[in-house]
Design a protein around this ligand. Structure first.
Ligand SMILES: Cc1ncc(COP(=O)(O)O)c(C=O)c1O
Length: 427
C-alpha cells in the first residue's frame, strides 16, 4: 500500500508537478519503503493511479495494443524535446561534441538495467536493427541452415528469407505448442530439428503473437553444447519481465525500448557478449580499429541524439516503478480481463495464464466469431484497439494492457466482448 506520507505528499504536489512525474516517483518510493511484495503492490489501485497519470494518453480510446509500441511518459517526451531543441541551437557542435558523448551515460545505465558490461551494449533504433545486425552479420555459407520457429516476427523471418535468396542459406522453421506449459518440449523440438548443416538458432524470448515466454536459457545451453550460436529476439522481454542477462546466458540479444521501457520511439539496444563482438559484422561498415568495439554497431551516420538520450529518463521511470512490481502489475492487468473472459464456454485462450509462461500479452479467440470482424467491431463501436492475429495454426485477438491502463478500461473491454458472445456481432 502507498504510505500515508507519500500519498499526502503526492496530493500536495500537482501545482509544482504538472506532469505527475515527481508524484509517481514519490508514490513508488513510498511503496518500496513499505516493503510490500510485488504481488500485493500490483493490486494497489492508489499506487498505480500515479503511474497512469504520468502518461498523456488519449482516454477517449482504450489502447490495448501496447505490444506494438508504447506511449512514453510525459517526462520522457519532455526530455526528448529538450534534447531536440538544444540540438538545433548549433547541431554540429551540440550533437557531436556535447550530446553525442552523453550516450556513454545511457549505455552505462542500460548495462546496469540488463546486468552486463557497458562494453557489451550498443544503442540502436529498435529491435529490428539490433537483430538484423546479428542475422546479417554472422558469416554463413551456401547451404548452411538457420533454425527458428513459425512464430517469429515477420521482419526477422523476411531477413532470413532475403539471405536465403542472396547467399543460399536455408531457413528451417519448426512449430511450437500453443500455448505451452512444458518448456522442455520447446527445447526438445529445437533439438530434434538440428541437422548436420544447422549453424544458427533464432528464438523469441517472448513470442509477440501469444505472449508465450520461451525457455531461452535452456535453448542456449543445448545449442552451445553443439557449438551453435543463438540470436535472442528480446523485443518483448526487456523491461516487461524482470530478468538479467545472466538469467539467459546468451551471446546475442536485441530489443526495442519503445515497447516496455516506455522510451522514445526509435530506440533499442543490442547486447553482444564481449568475446563475440569481433566475430559479428556491423550492418553499416565501421573502421577496422573498431572491430572489437561494441560502438561499431552504432556507425549509422548522422542521427538524432534526443531519442537515445531520453532513454535515461525512461530508465529512471522504470526503476521507480520497480521491475518486479511492474511485471506483477502487468500480469495482474492481464489476469483481470483474461480470467473473467475464460469463464465463458466459447472463449479459447491461446496464452497460458501460468505466471511462468506469460505476462502482459494474451491472445483470445471467440469460437464462432471471426477475429478480424471482432477487432473491427471493438474499434468501430467502442474505440477499443486490439490486434487481430491470424496464424496458420490459430487465430485470436491479441490484448495488451500497460501500466497506464485502468481496471475500468478493462471492464469496458470485457463488457464489449461478453455482449458479442451473448448477441453476436451487429449485422
Ligand atoms: C518479436 C518481435 N521482434 C521484433 C520486433 C521488431 O520491433 P521494432 O519494430 O521495434 O524494431 C517486434 C515488433 O513488434 C516483435 O514483436
Amino acid at each position: 500500500m502507498v504510505s500515508r506520507r507519500a500519498f499526502l505528499g503526492a496530493l500536495a504536489l500537482p501545482l509544482f508537478d504538472p506532469r505527475g512525474f515527481v508524484a509517481a516517483m514519490e508514490a513508488f518510493q513510498g511503496a518500496s519503503a513499505t516493503g510490500a511484495a510485488p504481488s500485493d503492490a500490483a493490486r494497489d489501485e492508489n499506487l498505480w493511479r500515479f503511474a497512469q497519470d504520468a502518461f498523456t494518453v488519449d482516454r477517449a480510446i482504450i489502447n490495448l495494443n501496447n505490444g506494438g509500441v508504447s506511449p512514453a511518459p510525459a517526462r520522457v517526451q519532455d526530455a526528448m524535446r529538450r534534447y531536440l531543441e538544444y540540438s538545433n541551437t548549433a547541431p554540429a557542435y551540440v550533437l557531436w561534441e556535447v550530446l553525442g558523448p552523453q550516450r556513454e551515460g545511457v549505455r552505462q545505465r542500460l548495462a546496469r538495467a540488463f546486468g552486463c558490461d557497458p562494453e557489451e551494449i550498443a544503442i540502436t533504433r529498435n529491435a529490428s536493427e539490433s537483430l538484423e545486425t546479428c542475422q546479417l552479420g554472422l558469416d554463413l555459407e551456401r547451404g548452411d541452415e538457420v533454425l527458428t520457429s513459425n512464430q517469429d516476427y515477420p521482419r526477422m523471418l523476411t531477413t532470413y528469407e532475403q539471405r536465403a535468396r542472396r547467399d543460399g542459406i536455408v531457413l528451417k522453421q519448426i512449430s511450437l505448442p500453443i500455448p505451452c506449459e512444458d518448456p522442455a518440449e520447446i527445447v526438445r523440438r529445437f533439438e530434434a530439428a538440428i541437422g548436420a548443416r544447422t549453424r544458427l538458432i533464432h528464438v523469441c524470448h517472448v513470442i509477440n503473437i501469444t505472449g508465450q515466454i520461451v525457455p531461452v536459457r535452456e535453448i542456449v545451453e543445448m545449442a552451445r553444447a553443439r557449438g551453435i550460436p543463438v540470436i535472442v529476439d528480446g523485443a518483448h522481454s526487456f523491461a516487461h519481465l524482470a530478468f538479467a542477462a545472466s538469467d539467459l546466458d546468451c551471446d546475442y540479444f536485441g530489443t526495442s525500448l519503445h515497447k516496455w521501457l516506455f522510451a522514445p520511439h526509435g530506440t533499442g539496444f543490442l547486447f553482444v557478449r564481449r568475446a563475440k563482438i569481433r566475430g559479428l559484422w556491423p550492418l553499416m561498415a565501421a573502421p577496422a580499429v573498431l572491430d572489437g568495439d561494441i560502438r561499431k554497431f552504432e556507425e549509422i551516420g548522422t542521427h538524432p541524439a534526443a531519442n537515445s538520450l531520453a532513454i535515461g529518463e525512461a530508465l529512471a521511470f522504470h526503476e521507480a516503478l520497480g521491475a518486479e512490481r511492474k511485471e506483477a502489475r502487468l500480469r495482474y492487468l492481464r489476469d483481470y480481463w483474461a480470467k473473467r473472459l475464460r469463464a465463458h464456454e466459447r472463449v479459447r485462450l491461446h496464452t497460458s495464464l501460468d505466471p511462468r509462461y506469460s505476462c502482459a500479452i494474451a491472445t483470445v479467440e471467440l469460437l464462432g466469431i471471426d477475429t478480424a470482424a471482432m477487432q473491427k467491431h471493438l474499434w468501430a463501436r467502442h474505440r477499443i484497439h486490439t490486434v487481430a492475429i491470424k496464424h496458420p495454426e490459430f487465430e485470436g485477438l491479441r490484448v495488451t494492457p500497460s501500466v497506464y491502463t485502468t481496471l475500468g478500461e478493462l471492464d469496458r473491454f470485457s463488457d464489449a466482448v461478453e455482449k458479442v458472445l451473448r448477441d453476436g456481432l451487429p449485422g
